[in-house]
Design a protein around this ligand. Sequence first.
Ligand SMILES: Cc1cc2nc3c(=O)[nH]c(=O)nc-3n(C[C@H](O)[C@H](O)[C@H](O)COP(=O)(O)O)c2cc1C
Ligand code: SF4
Ligand code: SF4
Length: 280
Amino acid sequence: MIYSSGSFVFLCTFVGDSTKTKLMKVHLIYFSATHTTQTVCRGVAQHWGKEIVEHDLTLEGPAGEVELSEDDLLVLGMPVYCGRIPELATERLASFRGHSSKAIAIAVYGNREYDDALIEMAQWLEAHNFHMVAAAAFIGRHCIFPAVADGRPDAADEGKMKDFAEACRPLLEVPVDAIPRVAVPGNAELPPYKRSSFCPVPTDQCTQCGTCAANCPAGAISPEDASVVDASRCLACGRCIVICPVGGRQFAGEAYEQASLRFTAAYSARKEPVFFLPEM
Ligand SMILES: Cc1cc2nc3c(=O)[nH]c(=O)nc-3n(C[C@H](O)[C@H](O)[C@H](O)COP(=O)(O)O)c2cc1C
Ligand code: SF4
Ligand code: SF4
């Protein structure tokens, strides 16, 4: 079979062990402040027609340990923050374990680059007893500079989600031992975490309803007064902006406006999703 995505083409022929395995459940584990990662994970998984269990880590991790069975499939979806997956998401992932379970890694990035996010996910999966059988990088609207990749994932991306799901479908039925771990690009020695210096500020429209404080992944906004923000905790994730019903928050300031102009000029050329599938 030949799968293609943009300029990436992978050959994949299934030989050897023809024993079929029964897939129990598809677990989606994701962190998704502005919903693009969630949209991609759901958009891929829906095509398999299996029972889906969602673990949304955006606001909190699970209450206790969660172990997936060897017959479960994990779809791990992470946004790219400064070339890696968010540190807070990694903290919230700590309670999950596999049982030689198959896993698919999906990185969603804002049309600049996904850098080391997929290799970081591959390392996490291996360390937590998952077997990464496929991976992909999709594009989502940039949550700090929203003119970049605005409207994505779009209809064309939905088509790529279906293509990726179909490319993965045979892997769901092959015993895990018959599938080589898939290789992804990136630096095996991960660089230190970096963070954005931007943090949204309240506008005159704010009615102090408290919705943004209740939905901030980092607990950076005061529940008593939404104009009080602990910038040292802020992830710049943009969730408070998209969740506010009245346009009560925005990125602002001269430094932000200048950075936005530079970033938009540099990274507006459309990028396409890429898939990584095992050679068998
Ligand atoms: C702190 C921060 C750093 C980011 N770094 C990158 C990056 O390195 N490359 C990139 O293309 N997009 C980057 N983005 C954009 C996000 O990856 C993108 O908007 C993604 O779709 C957000 O996912 P979500 O909607 O699930 O929150 C960054 C966003 C934030 C908040
Ligand atoms: S959600 Fe909007 S209106 Fe409500 S407190 Fe936050 S900024 Fe203000
Ligand atoms: S205050 Fe910062 S961390 Fe909290 S939702 Fe807004 S951008 Fe995200």
